[in-house]
Design a protein around this ligand. Structure first.
Ligand code: FE2
Length: 291
């Protein structure tokens, strides 16, 4: 997939502004991918961006709560967060690292800041699991910053490859395609000042979006400023992004995956295929069967 040149780039179908939300025990964040976009951006269910240097915005963290039926991917740009779960996993997520948690049939976990001051900035992405894997075993992987492949693309854009394939490199999180039909691609792109172009081949079937978190990037004629998500149309054989001319560098996430095309039923932290499965999830949680 990654060796074909991008001859026709996808265009921006729609720009979406992140919605200020409070979650956990009072963490202020921007919800970028909201529930109404889950079908359009299948297999992705949610993207949150938290970024603050005010401890009141993050100090309460996310005390014990359950999940079932999908994966959470937390990417920390700055700050320290301690993770503990009922399967006995524990880890410290910090600057530039990723925690990839597979909830599977369920677990209860906490995500708590381990700092009382300074900047806390990062993202949490929810990736759906196919119906056949929703009741699979929970899993957890802590990926330290140094384990994330980094390379410089031809025009000088620096790439941190969390998952997927790009320019001959393979992401930190890698599973065989038959075990992971959504084939997620998660790229953190750092554009130097001056308008460098970065191209990523993508099958047109894959749903894809870009979220800018520093400066602005351009896709075709559309400028995607900081704090906005561009939903990419499903045309062409990839996407071409460009930093803006001038002296401002930019950073953006490029996220893409193959849609599952299964029914999506969500109740809070449970994402299943049917309402009956959601009722079962709530009952299992209430009866202590997720711990
Ligand atoms: Fe969580």
């Amino acid at each position: 997939m990654d060796s074909t040149p991008v001859t026709t780039s996808r265009r921006v179908e729609r720009l979406v502004t992140g919605q200020p939300t409070t979650d956990g025990a009072g963490v202020k964040l921007l919800r970028v991918l909201t529930q109404d976009l889950q079908r359009r951006l299948d297999p992705f269910l949610m993207l949150d961006n938290f970024a603050s240097d005010n401890p009141d915005d993050y100090i309460a963290g996310f005390p014990n709560h359950p999940h079932r039926g999908f994966e959470t991917v937390t990417y920390m740009i700055a700050g320290r967060m301690r993770h503990r779960d009922s399967a006995g996993h524990e880890g410290l997520l910090q600057n530039g690292g990723v925690q990839w948690m597979t909830a599977g049939r369920g677990l209860i976990h906490s995500e708590l800041p381990e700092q009382e001051e300074g900047v806390m900035e990062g993202f949490q992405l929810w990736l759906n699991l196919p119906g056949r894997d929703k009741m699979g075993p929970p899993g957890y992987r802590d990926i330290q910053s140094a384990e994330i492949p980094e390379f410089t693309a031809p025009e000088g854009v620096q790439v941190r490859l969390i998952a997927g394939r790009s320019h001959g490199h393979t992401g930190a999180m890698d599973r065989p395609v038959d075990a992971w039909p959504t084939d997620p691609h998660y790229l953190d792109l750092h554009f130097p000042a001056g308008g460098a172009v970065f191209a990523q081949p993508l099958p047109s079937e894959y749903n894809a979006f870009v979220y800018t978190y520093r400066g602005s990037v351009r896709i075709g004629e559309t400028v995607v400023p900081r704090g906005q998500m561009a939903i990419l149309g499903n045309e062409g054989n990839g996407v071409q992004l460009q930093g803006l001319p001038g002296d401002t560098p930019a950073r953006a996430l490029l996220i893409a995956g193959r849609p599952l095309r299964e029914p999506i039923a969500q109740y809070g932290p449970f994402v299943m295929n049917t309402r009956e499965q959601l009722i079962e999830a709530v009952e299992d949680f209430q009866n202590g069967r997720l711990a």
